[in-house]
Design a protein around this ligand. Structure first.
Ligand code: FCB
Length: 508
């Protein structure tokens, strides 16, 4: 079916006039000068070319190619950014992005996980970075976004072994040395907390490790112990890479380095003392687990008390190295939860990581109908104020915030994404006005891609990708026009005339 662009324009105007969409109440001039606006992706989710030019599998290739996702899909081709990076950078430029957040596939650069560099991998990332720079877009680069080389998983169980620290540091060293002259912001690990919980407690993500009754279909594991071990090695690997950067590269390359986490806005379900305490515990287990060591040099007391000997300890040297290892914290924020105290009579050694929290989280919907992506914009301000109050206001980049729609969504119905984004951005602005040191905001995702939870069944992109088209053609959604208009300094909704009508194409 084809729909004319005239129809698109009329339907957008109707949506604006009849209240489906409220014009944005702020402009980018309301943000501090130097505030960075961008959009992001990650290597496995967009690059494709999975077996091309010397790249070897990561744990995500193994997981997806064994049919573990609901739609049995994989990132083998994904959005094919490996071949289409030039086109994508042009779209970013047209959109007016200040920065692009992407990750480096470890197994594309170092196919054995360590040692010999793959020249084609090196060339690809150099090309991408150069293309960004020559189009005036800052590269914000993540080193690890869920995709450890399968070779290291096979050799010593990846993040479960302290050996990962040396290998991660070596991988980081190659990246700093080869690309650091042009990279302004490095993130060591993306969402370390959720990577570990998903990979080692519930086992829903690779490397799919869990133990009965906390997950199913796992490749072995121990949900009570392994999350603490893997989390500890993540922190030590981050500290090793960040220290290296600070000692050897930062003075001449002038970049910043940090770590990113998924952060929920958590509020007690009732004002009972039990629920209030459960909320604090949940904050400590989800966020404090990583941020306390980075800011105070150790795990939160609550965690140490509850997990006892299961939680490893830091030496004085490690603790010192961790403190101050992050120039900023990357925050991925999508959702808000109510927290309820939950009783758990099992012994410490039998409880899984999540059980140690003694808390149940229930998604807040605040009026969003079930089936639609929840919209609780105040959560953004809540999270940022929490960092300000509890952690002394560290510099923050919102590394991910975005809205998911089912994959049969058509291009002409993207108003809810615009509402979501503009309301969350406004909430972020409120936090900044209250003194939060938030320095940047990245929408997830720049374009539709392979999604970690459900492959191609959901779309977060500002650009629509036609996965049925062999050229994987990109089309700007309404949100792409809206964001572009915002980035160009306009307050009003403004319907930017697209170079090609998004509605000349309607997905089936
Ligand atoms: C985050 C991931 C990111 C993306 C979004 C939707 O947890 O970091 O890669 O899949 O969720």
């Amino acid at each position: 079916m084809r729909v004319s662009s005239k129809f698109l324009l009329l339907s957008l105007l109707a949506e604006v006039c009849f209240g489906k969409y409220t014009p944005t109440k702020f402009s980018r001039n309301d943000f501090p000068s130097g505030f960075v606006f961008g959009a992001g992706t990650s290597a496995y989710q967009v690059e494709g070319a999975a077996a091309e030019d010397g790249r070897t599998p990561s744990i995500w290739d193994t997981f997806a190619n064994s049919g573990k996702l609901p739609d049995k899909s994989s990132g083998n081709i994904a959005s094919d950014e490996y071949h289409k990076y030039k086109e994508d950078v042009q779209l970013m430029k047209e959109m007016g992005l200040d920065a692009y957040r992407f990750s480096i596939a470890w197994s594309r650069l170092l196919p054995n996980g360590r040692g010999a560099i793959n020249p084609k991998g090196l060339q690809y990332y150099n090309n991408l970075i150069n293309e960004l720079i020559s189009n005036g877009i800052q590269p914000h680069v993540t080193l690890f976004h869920y995709d450890i080389p399968q070779a290291l998983e096979d050799e010593y169980r990846g993040w479960l072994s302290p050996k990962i620290v040396k290998d991660f540091k070596e991988f980081a060293d190659v990246c700093f040395r080869e690309f650091g002259d042009r990279v302004s912001h490095w993130t060591t690990l993306n969402e370390a907390n959720i990577f570990v919980i998903g990979g080692y407690d519930s086992g829903i993500f690779p490397p799919k490790r869990c133990s009965y009754p906390y997950g199913f279909d796992c490749t072995g594991g121990n949900s009570s112990l392994e999350p603490y071990m893997a989390g500890h090695n993540c922190l030590l690997a981050h500290a090793a890479a960040a220290t290296l950067y600070k000692k050897k590269y930062q003075a001449k390359q002038h970049g910043l380095i940090g770590l990113s986490l998924l952060v929920y806005w958590l509020t007690p379900l009732t004002n009972s003392e039990d629920d209030v305490r459960a909320t604090q515990r949940a904050n400590d287990f989800y966020t404090g687990w990583f941020v306390n060591p980075l800011v105070f040099g150790d795990y939160p007391d609550t965690m140490k008390k509850i997990a006892g000997p299961k939680i490893p300890s830091f030496t004085k040297y490690q603790s010192k190295q961790l403190m101050g290892s992050s120039d900023f914290i990357g925050v991925n924020h999508y959702r808000s939860m109510n927290v309820k105290h939950s009783q758990n009579n099992q012994m410490t050694s039998q409880r899984d990581f999540l059980g140690d929290m003694f808390a149940e989280t229930i998604e807040k919907r605040d009026g969003t109908p079930v089936g639609e992506f929840p919209l609780v914009p105040s959560g953004m301000q809540g999270v940022l104020e929490y960092f300000k109050e509890v952690y002394g206001n560290p510099p923050i980049y919102i590394h991910e915030n975005g809205y998911s729609t089912p994959s049969n969504e058509t291009l002409d119905d993207d108003t809810r994404r615009v509402t979501y984004l503009s309301e969350y951005m406004e909430s972020m602005l409120n936090a900044i006005r209250n003194g939060s040191d938030t320095r940047g905001y990245f929408i997830w995702s720049f374009l539709d891609c392979f999604e970690l939870f459900n492959g191609y069944q959901s779309r977060y992109g500002l650009y629509y990708v036609d996965f049925k088209d062999k050229d994987l053609k990109r089309y700007p959604k309404f949100s792409a026009h809206w964001y572009s208009n915002f980035l160009k300094g306009n307050k009003e909704i403004g319907i930017v005339k697209p170079t090609e009508s998004p509605n000349s194409h309607v997905p089936q």
